[in-house]
Design a protein around this ligand. Structure first.
Ligand code: PNS
Length: 172
């Protein structure tokens, strides 16, 4: 995507990256994706490929679920990264990181991450969006715990993710 130039002469910041584990994507994540997609020309949802964590869904499964639930959003693409987030942004010529904040508990961790990323690359800004209050308690971990005990996650995740969780927990 070609960079546009703002009135100040610097490239307009129209590519944003929404990074995360997305194991799996929840309705809270999807709400942030939809809102952020309205603010930028191109939103890249980037799944961290972290070999030290043991996720429920593989990176490919998480990417596929994200692709499925964002297929109606033409300016959203799905990708993954395995090292520093700022390097991924550089490779995409992006300057904005989008993160959702659910509560004050999230704030300290997010502030630390945003400050670290800014220290690593002073040209990168983190933009915070407040999570929809409807989903302020929601996390991928809570969803997995409910699904593991065969509870109902219908209102917490998109239907594709619900089916994937049911399939995952009936595998064992
Ligand atoms: O969904 P999560 O697990 O809260 O997302 C955390 C994530 C992936 C955004 C963060 O762990 C990350 O960016 N990791 C990549 C490594 C990195 O760049 N670290 C320096 C900034 S803390």
């Amino acid at each position: 995507m070609a960079a546009t130039t703002s009135t100040t002469g610097s490239p307009a910041r129209r590519v944003a990256v929404y990074p995360g584990s997305f194991d799996p994507v929840t309705c809270g994540h999807l709400d942030i994706i939809r809102r952020a997609a309205k603010q930028y020309d191109h939103l890249i949802v980037a799944v961290l490929n972290n070999t030290s964590k043991k996720p429920l869904f593989s990176v490919d499964e998480r990417k596929q679920l994200l692709a499925d639930v964002t297929q109606d959003l033409p300016n959203v693409s799905i990708d993954s990264f395995r090292d520093l987030l700022v390097n991924f942004l550089k490779s995409k010529e992006a300057h904005v990181i989008v993160r959702g904040i659910r509560s004050v508990t999230d704030f300290e961790y997010e502030l630390q991450m945003a400050s670290t990323n800014h220290q690593l690359d002073g040209d990168i800004e983190t933009i915070f969006m407040m999570t929809n209050p409807k989903y302020s308690y929601l996390s991928s971990s809570i969803v997995k715990e409910i699904a593991m005990f065969h509870g109902n996650v219908q209102d917490l995740v998109p239907p594709e993710v619900q089916s994937a969780l049911i399939a995952k927990y009936s595998e064992a």
